[in-house]
Write a protein that binds this ligand. Structure first.
Ligand SMILES: Nc1ncnc2c1ncn2[C@@H]1O[C@H](COP(=O)(O)OP(=O)(O)O)[C@@H](O)[C@H]1O
Ligand SMILES: [Mg+2]
Length: 507
């Protein structure tokens, strides 16, 4: 007489849920014995019964074999397995998952390496040394490079820990002066609102706030100010006066004779020409810029293998070779490979991260699209509309340059069911949720996910109009609803091939 199956926790995670579903299917089929099922589908009794044990996620093949042995709908079971696979990969991100033997991923995927990830950051020793050397000689440095090459990571996880000491890191967003005030205020221990008012009056007072926060520190200690995604100053900040003030504040902090800050800007190289709009910035750039390129094959190898080793795992040689070959010639592929590598980590076999796991995730070409599609496929109709409307708003159109991500206040995405939709994309690391903001994890998503690409190109004109209107509405509200300031723009008309319907993207 076979032992009865261990009861499953009805509040269990995705793996348990799948197991419970398989058991129900078997019960509905008249509870055939595992021996009988095994004979039917040519899998062992042990493999089939383990699939319904809820201890770990069975492979897709075994799940389908189980379902077939119980006359289940194979398409339906493939869908359920994929959902469980996706959710359990996400759950493995939970630090508590380590208790279940699921080591936390040493690969951040699309996300940037942060200062606290320094121990997992490899392959950039040469560049980090160069940045530190330059920063010793001068108080100002601009780091340029194409999107996805690894600027933010090298600055945050490489340079910041190497320099040490007090540091503020922020991105300019739509209101760079406010961002600067918030961070400097925290450093100086003063209220942010008051500091912002002061900086508006005189941006060069920023250097005062820097000194104020350093009072107790030894005289040789400086504040390191890192402005990442500096291109947002041009692409996202719509107010030229604020832009000029921001530049003036940054330069005052590091250029005044008793300035105690070292300022590092990281910016996408395709925005380089815009620096010329600010003569002082242009002058500061002379002899103070570093252009970052892709990693060499040796560096890439290190970046791929070392993080796994730190977690007691290894990366299969064939996988290392594949990634090195894919990324060495096109550094823009780095975020795609990073994402696929993270997925491969979740699919590792024992302590080995395998090429098969990487390919199952879609490799460089498909991993992001696949993850994004899987999240999208898991949404119901209403949530899909919401996802579409939200995601397209997270992109700033590049006129003449590539589209950029756009960080938006959560309030701007007032859409039905938005919280749950954002959470699902955030769990998959496709977007990043800040305290009160939402942003795409990496521009690579814009390029690599055909569905988003399609939405953006179909709706571009309508979206542009929609955005102009949103911005006009916002500034009208902030101008206390002055009728004289109402949107007149370039003479109001619907976009050429558009209609009112395209303003709000159709489902
Ligand atoms: N040294 C590295 N090793 C492994 N992955 C890296 C490294 N540097 C960057 N990445 C990955 O590459 C992608 C792009 O990095 P990021 O720093 O955001 O680039 P950028 O700021 O130039 O757009 C991210 O997915 C990041 O995790
Ligand atoms: Mg960056």
């Amino acid at each position: 007489m076979p032992r009865p199956e261990r009861p499953l926790d009805e509040h269990g995670g995705p793996v348990t849920q799948l197991a419970a579903g398989l058991r129900q299917l078997r019960a509905k089929a008249g509870k055939p014995g595992y021996r009988q099922m095994a004979a039917r589908v040519n899998y062992s009794v042990a493999t089939l019964s383990a699939a319904a044990s809820g201890r770990r996620l069975p492979t897709l093949e075994v799940t389908l074999a189980y379902a077939a042995a119980c006359d289940g709908d194979l398409q339906e079971w493939e869908r359920r397995w994929r959902e469980a696979d996706r959710l359990s990969a996400a759950a493995a991100e939970d630090p508590g998952a380590e208790l279940n033997g699921q080591a936390r991923s040493p690969y951040p995927g699309l996300a940037v390496f942060q200062p606290e990830d320094a121990e997992l950051f490899f392959g950039r020793g040469v560049v980090v040394d160069e940045l530190v050397r330059r920063l010793r000689q001068r108080r100002f440095l601009a780091v340029f490079g194409p999107s996805g090459v690894g600027k933010s990571s090298v600055v945050r996880a490489g340079m910041v820990p190497a320099v040490g000491g007090p540091v503020v890191v922020f991105t300019p967003g739509a209101h760079p002066m406010a961002g600067l005030a918030v961070h400097l205020a925290r450093h100086a221990g003063v209220p942010a609102g008051g500091l912002l008012d002061e900086l508006r009056e005189d941006p060069t007072r920023a250097s005062l706030a820097v000194r104020q926060g350093l009072d107790d520190a030894s005289p040789g200690v400086d504040l390191l100010v890192v402005v990442d995604q500096f291109e947002e100053t041009f692409a996202t900040c719509a107010d030229p006066a604020e832009r000029t003030d921001f530049v003036a504040a940054l330069l005052a902090m590091c250029r005044e004779p008793n300035g105690r800050a070292r300022v590092v800007l990281a910016a996408r190289a395709d925005h380089y020409a815009r620096f010329a709009e600010h003569p002082q910035l242009l002058a500061a750039l002379a002899d103070a810029q570093v252009l970052i390129g892709g990693m060499s094959p040796v560096e890439l190898r290190e970046a791929v293998t070392r993080p796994a080793e730190l977690r007691g795992a290894r990366v299969e040689g064939a996988l290392v070779a594949t990634i090195v070959a894919e990324v060495a010639d096109s550094p823009g592929a780095l975020p795609l490979a990073a994402h696929a590598l993270r997925e491969a980590w979740h699919r590792r076999q024992g302590a080995m991260v395998t090429l098969a796991g990487y390919q199952a995730a879609g490799g460089v070409a498909g991993a992001i699209a696949r993850t994004a599609e899987a999240v999208y496929a898991g949404l119901d109709g209403g949530q899909r509309d919401t996802a579409r409307q939200a995601l397209v708003r997270l992109v700033a159109f590049g006129d003449g340059v590539e589209d950029t991500r756009r960080r938006v206040p959560r309030g701007e995405l007032d859409l039905p069911g938005i919280d749950s939709v954002l959470d699902q994309f955030a769990v998959a690391r496709l977007i990043v949720l800040g305290e009160d903001t939402v942003e795409i994890a990496h521009e690579a998503l814009i390029r690599a996910w055909p569905r988003l690409h399609r939405w953006l190109s179909t709706d571009r004109d309508g979206l542009r109009t929609h955005r102009e209107l949103t911005e006009a509405a916002q500034s009208w509200v902030s101008l206390a609803r002055d009728p004289g300031a109402l949107y007149r723009g370039r003479g109001w008309r619907w976009p050429v091939n558009g209609s009112p319907a395209t303003v709000t993207p159709p489902p």
